[in-house]
Each structure stands twice: as structure tokens, then as C-alpha cells.
Write a protein that binds this ligand. Structure first.
Ligand code: SF4
Length: 568
């Protein structure tokens, strides 16, 4: 790479864009949606580009604008209200100062599609001479709908590690960019693809100093557990995944082959984070963590030999296909306290023929038993509503979960992400169009929001109601720990729910039951007394009471003085 050193100093702004739907963000900034969680994590995409730029383009003044973190600060910390999206973005761009020469805009999440285009348009209107380059997972898998936006000058499809600094160098020197891999300028070269960087050790150290590390370490929110005083950092040590899960597009960016950092590289990075930033919890976010057993054990052997002290979390969970008891034991020895098993379905047919994750359900049950026996709070992820999944198949999963030894079940509604086989099937069947996809991402999420389209098997409304009902029945009224007398295990989780959603009278009734069984009857009665007050004053509590009155009464009637509403 040849850089013309006579070029005057340049300014490059790297923006980590939003990952929340437009409509939900409007509600958040208006102050109406305080309850909605905002997940913030390390913006690894822009951090990687910043690391490369720092090394390859030392004459660039680098700045990172993490819009997700700014949103978190505004909504959760500063309790912002009465602000529009445009006003919010404008405020953040004001803080950038003088015009950047280049903007690298990271667009990873489909829910952020429309807002990110708005960010690009506002940047272009403010700084017409600035070159805007978009990249990331969503930009790669939905590129033809993004590059046509007039505010975007270039799009990088696939990995941007090598292409981004090369592109900036060419633009600075006025060189031809056609040899830079993965650069898309229009529909004519839409199939260009960035070069995969198999030698991950070439990635220079992240310039953490460009981030608000204190805020990120304290508020990182993808880790399944966070102790008081946790200072969390996120790392990955491999990229790529060979599996064909129909709802996932991970391999579209990083490929199907799995490639690793050296263990020496990982040790240097972890030591740096501990020594420089006081990190005490490491979040591992590989596409398929644990895929190479030899590497896995060597890594932890080295952590032990170097006496590196940190707790461990794995937000994407432990893949049943790669983990075994010995590996789980190793994680427990390194501070794993809560984990998810990404099961996705309890139906063998759905596993084999529909989602194609092909989880061995018997092995999953064995691992669930094992992790729980080691004192790890163990949840499963379940996705309901894939095309081809009938009501009977959904109920098969419900029946499986009814007796499965799980501490918590996180339900997701099957959601059409670009670049996935599932979305291709929905489009082929005419159940959704590419244009409608944008509407879906702008108005809903994969969690508890109605999916705004119907399929042959189920309407969006019915699916939402069904998944909501599964959640209430399996996580509360038939909670595995409550049914098996493990009250201590489940109380902290229920407590967290009641703290975050004080109107949740089903959780309140379950806590009351646990305290009663633990011999704390005064406390149990205190929780029971909350229920009629909430039903009288909170519309969500009233709604919940109308639907689940019988179950709530069943949960508390054997021990509590029944409040007056139950005798009417
Ligand atoms: S869901 Fe996980 S296992 Fe399946 S393709 Fe995606 S990264 Fe791989």
C-alpha cells in the first residue's frame, strides 16, 4: 500500500449505527418506551476499522461515534424525552466538529436499516464533500437496497479489514479503486466481495482510547450475567461458521471456514485489557465458540498458566454440536455462572427439515442437566414461527419444554433477516416482499412485538399471542425450578423481572410463592398485597390479570390471605 505522505492530514469518522427499529426509537426518544431494553456491546466493526486505519493511515485523525451507546446514555441515563430522531442525530453530529474527509458507517443490524440511511443522508447534507462508506453484516446482505441511496458513495461487501484502508488510500491519492476487493459503487458491481482475512493475528490492537471505555465496561448488556462492579470487555478469537441454520446469515460475511487468532495474540490482548482498563469479565463472541477442542483447551491452559483473572460469559451460548461436559467444566472453572444453550426448537422435525440447525436433542438435554448440576444458571433460546412450522410442530416444542430441565427460556419470533434461507423461502412463497422487509424491520423486533406479516401457518397476531402465552406458562406458572422446589435458584431472576417491569403481576405471584416455600411468609404476603393494587392502577397488570386470573389465584391461594378482588 503506497501512501502519498505529502497529502495533508485527513479526518476519518467511524460511526457505529443504531440497531433499533425506527418506530421504537421514536418512542424511546419521546420518553414513551423506557421499559424497552437497549443492548449495547463493543462496536467491533468500527473498532477493527479504526485499528487498521491507525496502523495504515497514521496521518488520519480518527474519531469513533458510537450511536448505540449514545442512545443508551440518552434514554437510560439522561431520561431524554420530547426529542425527535433527527434532533438526536443532529446533536451527535454537532459534537463531531469540523467536516470529516471520510465516514465509515457500520450497518450490522437490519432493524437499523432506515435510521442508518437517515444518518447517511444527514451526514451528506451537512458535509457534501465527505465520502461516505457503508459496511457491516446488514450492508453486505442487503447491499442492492443500500447502494442506491444517493448519500452513500461506497459500500464494502464482506470483510472490510483490508479493503477500507486501501479504499481510503486510493481516494486520497486519486488512484483507481477498481482493484480494491469488495467495493460496490452501484448495481453493476453489486456482487463484489471483500477479501477474507484468514490470518486474524494481523488485526492491529483496537484503539480502545477512542471509546468511552468506562461506560461500555459498565453497561455492556449482551453478557447473560453481570456482577456488581463488573468491567466487561468483548473479544473474539475466531471467525466463520460452517452450519446452515436457515435463520442466520453469519457465514455470508465471515465465510464457512473457521479461522483463529493465535493463543499468544489472545493472551496479549486479554492481558492488555486487564492491565490497562481493569477488565474483570470477558465476553466471548465468536460465531461458533469452542469449535476446535484442542485450541479451546490450550487457550484455557494458557489463561491458567498466566494466572489471568476474569469471569467468563458467552452471549451466543454453547453450541450443542461442539460442547461436551469436559469443556463445560473448564468454563465453570473460569467463572461461568450463567449460560444459554441455543436449542431453538424442541421438535426433531423442525431441527432437521426447517431450521436445519440439527441439534441433537438428547445431547442437549444431557448438557442442560450437566450445566445446571454445576451450579450454572442455564437457559435455552427458542425460535417459533419459521416458514413450514405448523401449529402442531410449535406445540411439540411447547411439550418438550414443559419437562426440560431449564432455568429460563428465551423466546424469539422467527424473523426475516436478509441473506438467510428463511427469508428467501418467505419471499418465494409470496408471504413477504423485499420492500415489506424494511417495514418489518422498522416496526418490530425478534422479541415480544407482533410480527407484521402473516404466513400460511399462522398470522402475525396469533404467533405473537402464542409465544407470549408459551412464555408466561413455561417461565412462570410451570417454571421448572418452582415445580421442582429450587426456589433459591429462580428468585433472583424473578426479582430482576419485577424490578424492570413492576406491573408484571405473574412474576409477583411467582415470587410470593417462592418466598412462602422458603418460609418467609411475611415477605410472601407483601408481594401478594401488591397484586390488587397493581390491577387497580396499571393497565398492563389489569390486562394480565384478565387473561391469567385463574393461574395467578392457583399460584397463591394455598398460602396467602386472598385479597378482596379474588372473592368477587
Ligand atoms: S446460528 Fe450459530 S451455528 Fe447456526 S449458522 Fe449462525 S453462527 Fe452458525
Amino acid at each position: 500500500m503506497v501512501i502519498n505522505r505529502d497529502t495533508k492530514s485527513k479526518k476519518t469518522l467511524l460511526i457505529n449505527s443504531f440497531g433499533v427499529p425506527l418506530k421504537i426509537m421514536e418512542e424511546m426518544l419521546d420518553g414513551k418506551a423506557r421499559d424497552v431494553p437497549i443492548y449495547i456491546s463493543y462496536p467491533l466493526g468500527v473498532m477493527t476499522l479504526a485499528a487498521w486505519c491507525k496502523q495504515e493511515l497514521p496521518h488520519h485523525d480518527l474519531q469513533i461515534l458510537d450511536l448505540m451507546m449514545e442512545l443508551h446514555k440518552a434514554v437510560k441515563r439522561d431520561r431524554i424525552h420530547g426529542t425527535t430522531i433527527e434532533e438526536f442525530i443532529s446533536m451527535k453530529l454537532d459534537a463531531v466538529g469540523c467536516a470529516p474527509d471520510f465516514i465509515g458507517l457500520s450497518l450490522n443490524f437490519s432493524n437499523g436499516h432506515s435510521i442508518t440511511l437517515k444518518v447517511a443522508e444527514m451526514c451528506k447534507a451537512r458535509w457534501p464533500e465527505t465520502k461516505i462508506i457503508v459496511g457491516g453484516m446488514h450492508a453486505t446482505t442487503f447491499s442492492s437496497h443500500i447502494i442506491v441511496n444517493d448519500s452513500i458513495d461506497f459500500l464494502i461487501r464482506g470483510p472490510g479489514d483490508l479493503s477500507f484502508p486501501q479504499l481510503l488510500t486510493c481516494l486520497e491519492n486519486g488512484d483507481d479503486i477498481s482493484s480494491v476487493p469488495g467495493i460496490v459503487t452501484g448495481l453493476h458491481n453489486i456482487m463484489n466481495m471483500g477479501q477474507v482475512l484468514y490470518d486474524l493475528d494481523r488485526i492491529p490492537r483496537y484503539p480502545y482510547e477512542l471509546l468511552d471505555m468506562d461506560y461500555l465496561m459498565a453497561h455492556e448488556s449482551t453478557a447473560p450475567i453481570k456482577k456488581e462492579g463488573a468491567r466487561i470487555a468483548t473479544i473474539f478469537m475466531s471467525r466463520g461458521c460452517p452450519y446452515p441454520c436457515t435463520y442466520c446469515s453469519a457465514s455470508k460475511v465471515h465465510g464457512k471456514k473457521i479461522y483463529f487468532n493465535s493463543i499468544a495474540y489472545m493472551m496479549r490482548e486479554i492481558e492488555y485489557l486487564i492491565n490497562e482498563y481493569g477488565v474483570n469479565q470477558i465476553n466471548i463472541v465468536d460465531d461458533l465458540f469452542g469449535s476446535n477442542k484442542e485450541y479451546f483447551f490450550d487457550f484455557f491452559k494458557e489463561v491458567k498458566r498466566k494466572e489471568l483473572k476474569f469471569d467468563l460469559s458467552v452471549p451466543a451460548g454453547l453450541a450443542v454440536s461442539v460442547f461436551n461436559e469436559e469443556m463445560i467444566d473448564t468454563l465453570v472453572d473460569h467463572g461461568l455462572e450463567a449460560v444459554t444453550i441455543p436449542l431453538e426448537s424442541g421438535s426433531k422435525y423442525v431441527q432437521q427439515k426447517i431450521i436445519k440447525k440439527r441439534v441433537d436433542i438428547e445431547k442437549a438435554l444431557r448438557l442442560l442437566d450437566f450445566t445446571r448440576s454445576r451450579g450454572v444458571f442455564t437457559g435455552v433460546n427458542i425460535v417459533i414461527g419459521s416458514p413450514g412450522e405448523t401449529r402442531e410442530l410449535m406445540d411439540e416444542t411447547f411439550e418438550f419444554l414443559r419437562t426440560a430441565p431449564v432455568d429460563w427460556i428465551t423466546f424469539f419470533i422467527a424473523y426475516p433477516y436478509p441473506g438467510t434461507t428463511m427469508t428467501d423461502v418467505l419471499i418465494e412463497k409470496g408471504e413477504i416482499s423485499e420492500e415489506k422487509l424494511i417495514e418489518v424491520w422498522d416496526s418490530s423486533t425478534q422479541g415480544f412485538r407482533e410480527r407484521p406479516f402473516d404466513t400460511e401457518e399462522i398470522s402475525g397476531k396469533e404467533l405473537f399471542e402464542l409465544v407470549y402465552d408459551y412464555n408466561i406458562k413455561l417461565n412462570f406458572f410451570h417454571n421448572y425450578n418452582i415445580e421442582h422446589g429450587h426456589y433459591d435458584t429462580i428468585v433472583p431472576k424473578l426479582d430482576k423481572i419485577v424490578n424492570n417491569h413492576p406491573w408484571h403481576i405473574v412474576a409477583v405471584a411467582c415470587i410470593a410463592k417462592c418466598y412462602h416455600e422458603l418460609g418467609m411468609d411475611d415477605l410472601a404476603q407483601e408481594y401478594v398485597n401488591r397484586i390488587p393494587k397493581l390491577v387497580a392502577t396499571e393497565s398492563l397488570s389489569k390486562q394480565m390479570f384478565e387473561t391469567y386470573r385463574q393461574n395467578i389465584e392457583g399460584m397463591i391461594e394455598s398460602f396467602a390471605v386472598l385479597p378482596s378482588w379474588s372473592s368477587h
